[in-house]
Design a protein around this ligand. Sequence first.
Ligand code: GDP
Length: 443
Amino acid sequence: MAFESLSERLQKALRNLTGKGKISEADINEASREIRLALLEADVNFKVVKDFIKTIKKEALGKEVQESLNPGQQIIKIVDQELTKMMGEESVTLNKAPHIPTIIMMVGLQGTGKTTTVGKLANYLKKNENARPLLIAGDIYRPAAIDQLKQIGADLEVPVYSEDNQDVPEIVKHGLAEADKNKNDYVIIDTAGRLEIDEQLMDELKRITEVAHPENTLLVVDAMTGQAATKVAEGFNQDLDLTGVILTKLDGDTRGGAALSVRAVTGLPILFTGQGEKLTALEPFHPDRMASRILGMGDMLSLIEKAQQDYDAKEAEKVAQKMRENTFDFNDFIDQLEQVQKMGPIDQLIKMIPGMANNPALKNISMPEKQIDHTKAIVYSMTPAEREDPDILNPSRRRRIAAGSGIAVAEVNRMIKQFKQAKEMMQKMTSGNMKGLENIPGM
Ligand code: GDP
């Protein structure tokens, strides 16, 4: 999980203060030292850390006089505010063109997730703005990049413009003409990456910008590279007018250096973060929410938005109807599991809930993904008739399902029993009759 150790260390440093009625200068110095070490260890840029600590100390000492407030809480608030400022304070969105299409050019080193992020952004715009984007395959050097983008386009039902041509600016020109013709409201250009910044690449990117005049030139940065990311950003920004950054792989165990340094060092805002390999795993970046997530205060707002974005309301109503009518079957059950899985790894979702981020009880939770996969395997081994009517699942059918799914009979039995109990419970709840719930385990 991203920021885990930073988060733990910062919270520890602050916890020592919260119990105290009055905080001395020595307490503040001690906490500052801890915070400084935590940030440096998270690979945050040295100068950024230095400025941060200076501000925290100044603010904390200045506030000491306000005795009406709990001093420990007050310092947490200061750290929260300053962390937010470090990451940019306000959230920044895409620049819009006065006329369609708005053009987004995606640049970055190879392997950072550029092509995937082109797809994620297209999906995001489609879902949130009902947009009709066109993607242009401008990475003609990496073998398979064009096919990868075409596959992403097919998955999302988004058109991809590509050409067998060695002149990328020309491909982009033709792609833009295609977008004009089809009245696409966004164009997202995928470009080539290298392992390091080189002149030839920069030259090509500059020529593309001369053709495309993008409103957004976004640098895709791998969060796992830590503060080295700031060097890359400075390099690209020298030759191109970057408008912002997308940080990928924030689902990994990145220490946090990139997220915390990029804005402060380069002045470039982070617009989005990538939090997984799936095309739905892109979130707008909100410095304030990220700060409270790092400080273990949870991020309910992002969780709610995620649910709204990924959960299909019509689908939910259909399911509720089925529950009321008691016709909820294994097919619906699988649909539901998939809806939940679309929202991302469950342990990550749980950590957005306030107080859960570093809850020791959840530390080694290995969930549900494996269990969900088992459940799906069991259902997939059922015949259509069995999926529709769990009552016909006699012992011999259960043995066949176990053999088919490679899962022990006992587990198959347990799953079917849980399904029946859950169905019974849901039926009671949706029909407004709560009696009988006490018979259900766990209620
Ligand atoms: P490109 O060379 O920059 O175009 O990189 P790709 O888009 O091909 O991505 C490189 C690898 O990173 C692929 O395996 C992606 O699935 C993976 N990837 C991209 N974004 C994320 C992310 O946010 N989280 C994780 N875990 N993997 C990602």
